[in-house]
Design a protein around this ligand. Sequence first.
Ligand SMILES: NC(=O)c1ccc[n+]([C@@H]2O[C@H](COP(=O)([O-])OP(=O)(O)OC[C@H]3O[C@@H](n4cnc5c(N)ncnc54)[C@H](O)[C@@H]3O)[C@@H](O)[C@H]2O)c1
Length: 269
Amino acid sequence: MEFDFRSKAVIITGAGRGIGRAMVKTFHDAGAMIVAADRDADSLGETCRAYAERVIPVVRDISIPKGAQAIVDRCVNEFGRVDVCVNNAAVAPHAALLEERSEVWDTVYAVNCRGTFLMTQLSARAMIAGGHEGRIINFSSGVSKRGSAGAAAYASSRAAVESFSRVAAIELAPHNILVNTVSPGLIDTQPKPLPPRMAEGLGKRIPTLPLARPGRPEEVAWVTMFLASEYAGYVCGAVWEVDGAAGIGTRAGHSIIDDDPRYDWVTKT
Ligand SMILES: NC(=O)c1ccc[n+]([C@@H]2O[C@H](COP(=O)([O-])OP(=O)(O)OC[C@H]3O[C@@H](n4cnc5c(N)ncnc54)[C@H](O)[C@@H]3O)[C@@H](O)[C@H]2O)c1
């Protein structure tokens, strides 16, 4: 299976760091023309420096209608079309529920939900106006499905994206625009060295993951590229977990021995 995105115009939001940066590389290496969008000019410049051609940096805020429109317009103006829109940009401030500030809550929802909605709506309009099929890949998180202390705003905003994406998939399918969601687990995107408390927390958590390691940003990028590719033509409205099974259980921390003295499961006595 080879990915060929030559002649495809791809928008990637949140391209300044982490998974977004890895996706710019992955799609670039597969031949795509890319609008790499982020609100942080410095980190976006860092991402795009390696690519003189085919990667256009656009410094804009996806949570504002004008910002989202400018990103989509730039793609249409530069490349004449939008084939794929990857809505990866998000913010993830954590706070205890009892101390959560409504301003921060609103910011999380403005970026993670309104931004995803705006980019989905505007890129879909551009695809329809262009008279061709398209792909939209939204981003969620494993915490959308489980309780996680401190993540009230972030986790619920990611769950909202999953729900929104199901509606978008149904409404846009008649236009041959396939909408799917990628839900990463723990991915190694933090700059090193880690702050001490985070390092301690991860030091305890990572051994409990089924694969006992975090994912690499490119491991998320490859799945996203598959969903954007011709090979995923019948995948629509799905949530793809890229979490090394972290969402379904933890690694056994000991040998698995049934030493219940009451039963012998072989002799059934
Ligand atoms: N890293 C993980 O472990 C992890 C786990 C689960 C889900 N995710 C999801 O994966 C995606 C990427 O995560 P990451 O860790 O690479 O994120 P990150 O924080 O490293 O990068 C996010 C990028 O988005 C940009 N951004 C934020 N708000 C923006 C806005 N309003 N307009 C434009 N750009 C904006 C930031 O400047 C930043 O460059 C997110 O959707 C996140 O919810 C990540």
